[in-house]
Design a protein around this ligand. Structure first.
Ligand code: NAD
Length: 363
């Protein structure tokens, strides 16, 4: 297995491997870029088929965090960690404490938070050993869970997309198809319902669908039929790679704005969407509410006597709207895709060598 020539290796500053025989911990931390500040990103626990799959995931995800934090205007770099193992079978307090020891070896260059397979409670256990943990601050309204802030940020971004696409700010009567009504999707659905939108939802769990139907008056749609719904806007809030040749050909919407990470199956799909006249809100820009929340939790924990101020956090998340408006306008003016414009703005912000060189050559 190669590192420096790995397809997902993108000038990462540091990749660290750790094993603790006693607890069974096997983990990797990838620090992509720390130009703007210490790297911050979740700790994912997953039963990876092999080490190569885990390495690929951590390299890809840590890079994504650099772009997300830069676009959210945070003084943070991008990093991520993965624990190789089944969270339902292999997780133990000893293993999580050993993860804390691993974090300490990086001396604060990487700060962790919850992610798939880890919880706020797990972060609390890790924090018994290490202070480089976010998402465990008491002052936070929702006990460290970033999902409500992610949902609110997506709602703000979705409004910006509607305004750009249809020139209106009122969401009353807007038809929204929503894939995945879990932690983020259900909260987003509630915000949309309160704003008067008409909802079409799907999920792979019937109880999640029932909750949206019963509590929000949503119309249930079969999982594979969500792409065929005639709606104004599609909000992917389940899994990645959901915008591909098959689904894009079926979509009958004017805009896409949702929480899921890595929505585009391949970079070229941004161009396919543009060709179909579908406005795409780049995923890492619109779903940054969670990392913004986690950043303030981390600040509150670090500053002596510092506290988490929900009004300050909300004001920062509200800026997702103006960031997206700038991306939409620049894309329209230049004829590029919104995804490409977002990447370039992020790279300018965190100082990506190649982008800076290209900019100075063009000047
Ligand atoms: P979640 O697991 O609580 O919700 C996902 C929902 O999608 C679940 O209800 C699941 O049953 C459903 N689902 C899975 N596959 C599906 C399919 N094929 N069709 C329909 N429904 C399906 O996760 P979440 O925390 O709500 O996150 C949702 C997405 O947003 C993920 O892609 C996540 O990476 C991304 N995201 C979440 C946060 C956050 O703060 N939680 C932050 C940024 C990005």
């Amino acid at each position: 297995m190669s590192i420096f020539s790995h397809p997902a290796y993108d000038k990462h500053e540091q990749v660290a491997f750790y094993q603790d025989a006693k607890s069974g911990l096997k983990a990797i931390i990838a620090v992509h870029n720390t130009n703007l500040g210490p790297s911050l990103g979740g700790c994912r626990m997953w039963p990876y088929a092999d080490d190569g799959e885990a390495l690929n995931d951590v390299l890809r995800l840590s890079r994504g965090m650099t772009y997300k934090s830069a676009m959210a205007g945070l003084k943070l770099g991008g990093g991520k960690s993965v624990i190789i193992g089944d969270p339902r079978k292999d997780k133990s307090p000893e293993l999580l404490r050993a993860m804390g020891d691993f974090l300490n070896t990086l001396g604060g260059r990487y700060i962790t938070a919850e992610d798939s397979g880890t919880s706020v409670e797990d972060m609390r256990v890790i924090s018994e050993r290490s202070r480089y943990v976010s998402g465990v601050v008491e002052g936070s309204e929702h006990g460290g869970d970033p999902s409500p802030s992610t949902a609110y940020g997506v709602f703000v971004g979705l409004r910006a997309a509607v305004e750009h696409r249809w020139g209106k700010t009122d969401l009353a009567g807007l038809k929204v198809s929503l894939q995945g009504v879990g932690n983020v999707g259900f909260r987003l659905a509630r915000l949309l319902k309160d704003a008067g939108a008409e909802l079409f939802v799907t999920d792979i769990f019937q109880d999640n669908i029932d909750r949206a139907v019963n509590e929000l008056g949503a119309t249930a749609v079969a999982a594979d039929e969500i792409f065929d719904v005639e709606a104004d806007l599609f909000a992917p809030c389940a899994m990645g790679a959901i915008l591909n040749d098959n689904t894009i050909a079926r979509l009958k919407v004017g805009a896409i704005a949702g929480a899921a990470n890595n929505q585009l199956a391949e970079a070229r799909h941004a161009e396919v969407l543009r060709g179909k006249g579908i406005l795409y809100a780049p995923d890492y820009v619109i779903n940054a509410g969670g990392i913004i929340d986690v950043y303030y939790q981390q600040q509150g924990a670090r500053d002596a006597g510092g506290c988490y101020d929900p009004a300050e956090v909300k004001a920062h998340i509200d800026r997702i709207g103006s960031t997206l408006r700038e991306v939409f306008e620049r894309a329209e003016a230049s004829g590029e895709t919104t995804a490409h414009v977002a990447d370039r703005v992020a790279e300018e912000r965190f100082g990506h060598e190649d982008t800076l060189k290209a900019n100075s050559a063009a000047a």
